[in-house]
Ligand binder design. Sequence first.
Ligand code: SAM
Length: 340
Amino acid sequence: MAILDRYGRPLRSLRVSVTDRCNLRCLYCMPEPDYAWLPKETLLSFEEVGTIVDAFAALGVDRVRITGGEPLLRRDLPSLVRSLANRRDIRDLALTTNGVLLAQQAQALRDAGLHRITVSLDTLDRRRFVDLTRFDSLDSVLAGINAAASAGFDSLKIDTVVMRGVNDDELTALVDYGRSVSAEVRFIEYMDVGGATRWTPEAVVSRREMLDRLRAAYGDVVPLDEESSAPADRFVLPDGTVFGIISSTTQPFCSTCDRCRLTADGVWLMCLYARAGTDLRRPLRAGATAQELRQLISTVWASRADRGAEERLSFEKRQPLIPVSALKKDAHLEMHTRGG
Ligand code: SAM
C-alpha cells in the first residue's frame, strides 16, 4: 500500500543515515575547517532504526539505503544490515560509502545480507585525492572497491561528483576504471546543497557537457530506455559499458522522486533541499505506538509538495543554498547530516 504526496508521488525509498561523522572532508560537501556534531545521545540505536523502518515499510517503502556521514564509522554496522535484511518487506538494501574502511568490512556486510553497494570516488590521482578530501586515503578506497568487487554484491557502483577544473578531465579514466572492476560509474552534477559552501554555477559540469565529452572519446553513447524512479539516467558505450549521470542540478527529476531521508538522530526529511524536517525520535522515545508512528508518517507524506531541485532552477543567480553561519547553527542543514 503506497501513500501518495500532493503531486501523486509514492513513498517508496528511505535513506537512513547512521552517523553524521565522516573520515574525509570532500570539497563539495565538508569544505569548512570545523563542524559541530550531533550529540551522541540523540543518535538512534539500531533497534530504534528498525522500528522506524518497520513503520515506513508498512506504508510502502521497500528500498532502504544506509548512508552517513560515513556509515562504516558506525560500530557494528553489519548487525544493523542483518536486521534490516531479515525484514521481508525490504526488497532492496543498499549502502553508500566513501570506501576508506570498506576493505575490512565488505565481506561481513555481504554476509549480513547487504544487496548493493555504492562507493564514492572522485579521482584516481593520489595527489588530487588529497586535495579533494584532505586525507591520503586513495589506496584504501581502491582496496575497498576491490574487496567489494570480490564479495559478491548484486551490484557495485561508483559515484563521482564532477567539478570543473577539479576532476572533469577524468571522466574516461573513471569509466575505464569502473569497467576494470565491474562497477558501474555514475557521474553526479555538482549540487548547491547545504554544506556545498564553495559551490558556484561555473564549477558545474552539466549532463550535456559530460555526454559531449564522452561521445568525443568513445563514439556513440546510447541512452538506455528504462522506466525508473532511480536518480541516474543510464547510457551504454559501443563496447557495452554502461554508465549513469545524475543531473540533479541542470535537469532535476523531482516529478518522480519517491525518496526521503532519515538523519542519524531521527529527523525525517522530504527533500535534500528542505529547510526542516519532522522529528521522529521524539515521539518514538516518548512511547509512540507503531500505529501512531505510521499515522504521523502518512500525514506528513500526504502533505509533501517539495520539489527543491526544480525550484532551484528558477533562481536567476544561483549560489550556495545555505550560508555558513546558518549551517553552524543547525547541523541538520548539512549534506553530511542528510546523507546525500
Ligand atoms: N560518506 C558516504 C560517501 O562518501 O558516499 C555517504 C555520504 S555522502 C554525503 C553521499 C553522497 O553525497 C556521495 O556520493 C557524495 O558524493 C554526495 N554529495 C555530497 N555533496 C554533494 C554535492 N555538493 N553535490 C553532489 N553530490 C554530493
